[in-house]
Design a binder for this molecule. Structure first.
Ligand SMILES: [Zn+2]
Length: 150
């Protein structure tokens, strides 16, 4: 157990990160190379570690990417806030209109046909409002892309 030379079939998992970072002794490097040549498990572990290191160093190299990401997040926050504002506004308009229509329909002595007609008008207005809102959102999106291109 205290012997300095480990058996060849022992896995080299704990040496792999040192191997990639070039921190191993010549002897240890050779052991990793020979072992990975014979052991699929450690070989795939080594290539997985290599890929991981590459990703990490890539993300370190492109630190400006973090700013872009943050900008994107701010943009999303603005968009979401705006959408919530629109939704609240739309909801309030619909509820106010609904209360008005409700009072009108139930407190007046109109026939069912007239009530349905009023309902259709109200429903149509609501749909128009939603489609205008949607169009506005799409236009805003298009403007955003235009800004990016310029
Ligand atoms: Zn192995």
């Amino acid at each position: 157990m205290l012997s300095n030379t480990k058996p060849m079939d022992e896995h080299v998992g704990e040496l792999l990160s040192g191997y990639i970072d070039g921190e191993l002794t010549q002897q240890q490097r050779q052991r990793v190379e020979i072992h990975c040549g014979n052991c699929g498990k450690c070989e795939s572990e080594l290539s997985a570690l290599r890929a991981l290191r590459r990703d990490v160093s890539n993300s370190r190299l492109s630190e400006y990417g973090e700013d872009v990401w943050r900008e994107k997040m701010d943009d999303t926050t603005v968009k979401v806030t705006r959408s919530i504002g629109w939704l609240l506004f739309l909801g309030a308009v619909l509820i106010c209109g609904g209360i008005g229509i409700y009072a009108f329909v139930f407190e007046s002595s109109m026939g069912t046909f007239e009530k349905l007609l009023i309902g259709a008008v109200y429903g149509g207005l609501a749909l128009l409002f939603i489609s205008v809102l949607r169009q506005r959102l799409i236009e805003r999106k298009a403007d955003k892309y235009k800004d990016v291109e310029i």
